[in-house]
Structure formats: C-alpha cells, structure tokens
Design a protein. Sequence first.
Length: 197
Amino acid sequence: MSRIQRLAMVNANFAFDLYRSVCSSLRNDENVLLSPLGISSMMGLVALGARGETHRQIFEVMGFQDLVNANSNYNSTTVHYLFRRLIRRLFHHDFGFVLKTASGAFVQQGWSITPAFKANAVHYYVADVRTEDFTDPDTSKHISRWVNRVSKGRLQDAIQQLDSQTILLLLNCVYFKDRNNNLHLWHSHPVIKHLFL
C-alpha cells in the first residue's frame, strides 16, 4: 500500500466515524454531505501550527499518528507532505469531472502567525492564512467576499454572522460538477445544508 493510500484510508476511517456521529442526530428523511478530505486537510493545517499536547491530540483523533507509526521513516512532516501530494493529485488533474477546492484559515488579529506557517500552509495545503478582526461586524462580509472570490461566485453571503469571541475560523470549499450530468446526488431526498465552522 502506498503512503497516499494509507493517508486516504486514515481519512476514510475518520470520515466514517464522523458520518456515523452526525447521522445519529438526523431524522430519517435528511441527507448529509461531508468532505472527508476537506475536514482532514483543515485539521492537518491546524496540526501544522500546533505544538505539544495539542499537536499530539490532533494526530491521535484524526488517525495521523497511525500513519506516522506505520513506518520508522515517517514523522509529522510526512503527513503534511502526503496531504500536499493528495490535494494536488485530486484537484489538479482532469478526471472527466470538475473538482475544485479552496481553503482558508482566518485568525483573530493580535494572534501571531509566523511567515513560515503561512508559507507552509500554502505549500502543503494550498491554504490562504490571514488575520481578521472578529470583533468588527463587517468581518463576516470580508470573509464572505473571500468565499465568493475563491468559489468563483458560486457561494454568496456564506458567512452571515460571526461570534466576536472567535479566534480561528477554518473554511474549506469543495466544488464538484459532473460534466456529463451522469451523477444525480440530490434526487432521493433534499440535502440539508450546513456550514461547518
């Protein structure tokens, strides 16, 4: 099994656990749509900036530590490197359908973001990292404009309101379009839209 396949398996295991947890609170006529790679890559991004016990806990809960333990040559940087390869493989190839992603981390002003973290966020996760003032009511508009721009106008007014005590906001947008219209995801039941922040 390749390293990317191992990462995909780790992501799938986490996604199934999350899916079961989310579904346990839904009615039978509700659907749920999750992006396992979106969630896992955002947690990988958080782990990139975390240290000590926080880093250990993220790696444990997400299953990244199992990947690291699989080979004595692996370390936490291996996980980030594999996310880089996986993201580029999925989102920069033509598979007969359109698949695009955009990721962002918005940090409360006053919290330090090192230039190295910003560079690594782009390098490994193709993620935009910026500071915002979450106490300013207009911040939700700034972030909604970012979402609108990176989604090429497909998502408008995504962020309606933010809690002024927010310190970190992680966003991952995934766009899928079947060019041949062969995939009909939404015909059985309506999809309940949730913005996971």
